[in-house]
Design a protein around this ligand. Structure first.
Ligand code: ASP
Ligand code: MG
Length: 413
């Protein structure tokens, strides 16, 4: 007998039929003898609909009231699913975040979970009940309703699994697992059986949208085995777990992530003296703009070029800041480009395989794709290229690292 937390996303509870299908699945697991806690999202589209309503009344909606509003989406699905479970002869009980006592800080819209009271859930589980918990929400110490950020039901699922020491947290969604890359771009993309927390975290922060980043961080920290599977088709999904659980013969590259979320800014001809980097990036961070990649060229005649990337949403704001900085530093000019893409290869196997970056650059060169910026970490290599070539680059790398073949990922080049 296992204790399972099963989280169902918006499309999995998007209609009465889908809710019935979830109830059937829960019934099946319950009949196999497992104890089950279900975490649900709002019906698909509902959170966006509520945001739209709020904005039609208040352009910048009050943060506290926004959370009161958004938390209603999940309150609908916990009640409906509990009813569907009862119809199947199961004992079921719904819980909002505050009824569980999921205590968070007071950062409305992006609250962090601080504590989960498990006592009442334990008692209900011992009684044989299926618990249905609203994802994405909690309450601060004063009882104000809070939400955890978009996609936050994943985090609720993982946090409950950690608090209750569940055997597995299963994330049911509309894809049947984590893929070597987006199957919409590469036909031969393959579902991974296993991936490490670290790799998943990189994939998520580099643009793979399967799981909320925070939920992966949480799962890694508390070592909660996490499985991504489809609520539409049967299958094993992808298990996200510790290094030790993933095969020893790890390929160099496990997956390829990409996004068009960034923009590039260059300050040409800045004096190459101590303190310049902070004079450039200080005002950028003061404007609350996050910087991703940073590259400073070698100095020529006492001046250098300084390049960095920011989220595309911050592009205009960053450009304004940089124009002021350029004047202050007497830089030659500001260059900028928001038609770029970031393509990354990710794999813990890189630690033990040499030449992975070189293989990546060679594969891109063979397609005549010019690399504008490079950044590396222990388990990833990212390049910035012209966004026109993004899909071509992803396809070239997928085949160079033979990711369509099981147990591949080692490039021959
Ligand atoms: N309903 C929330 C959202 O759409 C939370 C979630 O689905 O995880 O972001
Ligand atoms: Mg989601």
């Amino acid at each position: 007998m296992a204790l399972l937390v099963q989280k169902y996303g918006g499309t999995s509870v998007g209609s009465v039929e889908r809710i019935e299908a979830v109830a059937d699945r829960v019934l099946k697991h319950k009949q196999q003898g497992d104890d089950i806690i279900v975490v649900v999202s709002a019906m698909s589209g509902e959170t966006n609909r509520l945001i739209g309503l709020a904005k039609s009344i208040q352009a910048a909606p009050d943060a506290r009231e926004m959370d009161v509003l958004l938390s209603t989406g999940e309150q609908v699905t916990i009640a409906l699913l509990s009813m569907a479970l009862m119809q199947r002869g199961l004992q079921a009980k719904s819980y909002t975040g505050s009824q569980v006592r999921i205590t968070t800080d007071s950062a409305h819209g992006k609250a962090r979970i601080q504590d989960i009271d498990t006592e009442s859930m334990r008692a209900d589980l011992d009684d044989g009940k299926v618990l249905v918990v609203a994802g994405f929400q909690g309450a601060d110490e004063l009882g104000n309703i809070t939400t955890l950020g978009r996609g936050g039901s994943d985090t609720t699922g993982v946090a409950l699994a950690a608090a209750l020491k569940a055997d597995e947290c299963q994330i049911y969604t509309d894809v049947d697992g984590v893929y070597t890359t987006d199957p919409r771009v590469v036909d031969s993309a393959r579902r991974l059986e296993k991936i490490t927390f670290e790799e998943m975290l990189e994939m998520a922060s580099l643009g793979s949208k399967v799981l909320q980043i925070r939920s992966v961080e949480f799962a890694g920290k508390y070592q909660v085995p996490l499985r991504v599977l489809s609520s539409f088709v049967e299958g094993e999904g992808t298990l996200i777990t510790t290094d030790g659980e993933v095969s020893m013969e790890q390929p160099a590259v496990s997956g390829i992530a990409f996004n068009r979320d960034e923009a590039k800014l260059t300050l040409k001809g800045v004096p190459d003296v101590p303190g310049v980097a902070s004079k450039i990036l200080g005002p950028v961070s003061d404007a609350n703009i996050e910087v991703d990649m940073i590259v400073q060229n070698v100095s020529m005649d006492g001046t250098t070029d300084f390049t960095f990337t920011v989220h595309r949403n911050d592009y205009d704001k960053a450009l304004k800041v940089l124009d002021l900085v350029a004047k202050a530093l007497k830089a030659k000019e500001v260059l900028s480009d928001d038609k770029i893409a970031k393509v990354s290869i990710v794999g813990v196997g890189m630690r033990s395989h040499a030449g992975v970056a070189t293989s990546m650059f060679k594969a891109l060169a063979e397609e005549s794709i010019n690399i504008q910026l490079i950044s590396t970490s222990e388990i990833k290599v990212s390049v910035i290229i012209d966004e026109k070539y993004m899909e071509l680059a992803v396809r070239a790398l997928h085949s160079a690292f033979k990711l369509n073949e099981p147990n591949a990922g080692v490039c021959e080049a």
